[in-house]
Design a protein around this ligand. Structure first.
Ligand code: SF4
Length: 398
């Protein structure tokens, strides 16, 4: 009998309850606060000792350890806690990796996120495990691209609320936490598999706006910038955003980066939405030096790098469900992209990118399925033998 608790259907993998995947057990964590460099180096060690040596940053900016086994997964939560890494105990609310440090932000989202997290804690057992709330303070790193049951965004002249991506209305800052918690209560009342799309459809956006006394929605501005690159901070320092190819980094490489960051004077590191790591506390010249070193270690240091537009899951041979060697395929297809998004998925599950991509290649028993403007679960426009993929795409994408 396994010593690992079985993950509930629809639940998210966590440290105490990892999820079975094709390449072993996967554990996910969302640190409560930025990590110091020793803490991330410690996580890299845990990934190497207990997993397959790969650490991931997801599209939502969460950390994942892969390839854990029934023998190594128990005790992982305690090992992470021993590094001094705290994970949210209440309802998890997402904020950007530069929250509170971005001089171009409209407000610091952390106090509001904390109030929502604390206030919604009793609702956690009654909500769908994937229920999500984001608080976007504006500025360079925006969270508008993330799917969320409720999004609170800094808008022109107020805070804008959206339900499942549909603008609901504007709310005063002092009422924002109470309104979000009341909306979550409304969601919980519909049962623990309900999501906000159902509430919005059943109750209607306009009636909800009137009931909660909200003003018409306010514009929330642009989508922000890619986290990869240099970002000025309120204290005069700089943050360096580094992209991870396919959202993955090997533990040994991460340990080298932490050493280099320490020598460059860095103090903190934070996983960022968009499969990136944000190194914080750097002087501008040191950040440039570190950027060059990180490029040498294989990190993506330019937001325009075409690999930023490629999503690929673990694939063959890492995942038993995979029909494609996703990473090898990506390397051959990147030169053909010409600015388009490409998602290569070893099977229809689509672990790497739940959203649509300009082109999706999905591994099927019959060959490689090609889906245009869709996801791996969509019916492919056609299926081609894997050996003919490059030649086919060369013609199609020309
Ligand atoms: S999408 Fe990729 S990683 Fe996920 S189960 Fe399928 S092959 Fe495995």
């Amino acid at each position: 009998m396994s010593a690992i608790p079985t993950m509930r259907r629809g639940a998210c993998p966590s440290l105490p309850e990892p999820m079975q995947t094709g390449d072993g057990l996967l554990a996910r964590l969302q640190p409560l606060a930025p990590l110091n460099l020793d803490q991330l180096a410690g996580l890299a060690l845990l990934a190497a000792d207990r997993g397959n040596g790969i650490l991931e940053v997801t599209a939502r900016g969460k950390l994942q350890l892969r390839g854990l086994t029934p023998a190594t997964a128990p005790g992982l939560a305690e090992a992470v806690a021993a590094l001094g890494i705290a994970v949210p105990q209440g309802f998890p609310v997402e904020v950007s990796a530069l929250a509170g440090q971005d001089p171009s932000a409209r407000f610091d989202p952390r106090p509001l996120a904390r109030s929502i997290s604390d206030g919604a804690a009793p609702l956690v057992p009654h909500l769908a495990p994937k229920t999500s709330v984001v608080v976007d303070g504006g500025g360079r790193l925006r969270l508008g691209g993330l799917k969320a049951d409720i999004a609170v965004s800094a808008g022109e002249g107020g805070l804008s609320l959206a339900l499942a991506g549909v603008p609901l209305g504007a709310v005063e800052a002092e009422r924002a936490a109470a309104v979000v918690i009341a909306l979550l209560q409304r969601l919980a009342a519909r049962g623990m598999s309900a999501r906000m799309t159902e509430v919005a459809a059943a109750e209607g956006i306009a009636p909800l706006r009137a009931e909660f006394g909200l003003a018409p929605p306010v514009p929330v501005g642009d989508a922000g910038v890619d986290p990869v690159g240099l970002h000025p901070l309120t204290d005069g320092g700089v943050a360096l955003g580094l992209g991870l190819e396919f959202g993955q980094v090997r533990a040994a490489v991460l340990a080298k980066l932490m050493d280099a960051a320490r020598r460059a004077g860095g103090t903190e590191v934070e996983p960022a939405a968009g499969r990136a790591l944000m190194l914080i506390g750097l002087a501008p010249e040191a950040a440039e030096t570190l950027r060059a070193m990180a490029a040498g270690l294989g990190f993506l240091t330019d937001a325009n790098d075409p690999r930023r537009r490629v999503f690929a899951c673990a694939g063959r041979p890492a995942c038993a469900s995979a029909r494609l060697d996703t990473h090898a395929l990506a390397a051959t297809l990147v030169p053909l992209l010409d600015g388009r998004d490409l998602h290569i998925s070893g099977c229809p599950k689509g672990c790497a990118h739940p959203a649509k991509a300009a082109l999706t290649i999905v591994g099927l028993d019959e060959g490689a399925g090609l889906v245009v403007e869709g996801t791996p679960r969509d019916v492919p426009a056609r299926i081609v033998p894997v050996a003919q993929l490059r030649e086919t795409l060369q013609k199609d994408l020309a």
